[in-house]
Write a new protein. Sequence first.
Length: 120
Amino acid sequence: MLNPPPFDPRLFLALARDLSASGAEERHLRTAAGRAYYTVFLIARDKLGVVVVQDVHTEVIRALRARNRAWADQLASLRRIRVAADYELVPQDPTRRDWARNWADADLLSKRLMPIVQAL
């Protein structure tokens, strides 16, 4: 049996942008924000060679920080949006309660980070 090629995480970002189309509801925008994070995270994890399972998100950010603090801070910001989207019915941070704004921030961060993580 042949092994299929690995999944291309960039497809998550394409899905995120489809979900966030004009008039998207909160559920779509939350999901889009999460997919944007996972696109960048998965590429960074593989490019940085992070293979741990426990605390993998923290380890990827730490490995990225060793290369460039600003990049790591941006990935950490994208992660915070994803955590609010996935775990907080009402985000604890009042500035994270506008899902159109959250998606715009996630989209901007992913646009900044994608060329960086792909070039690692």
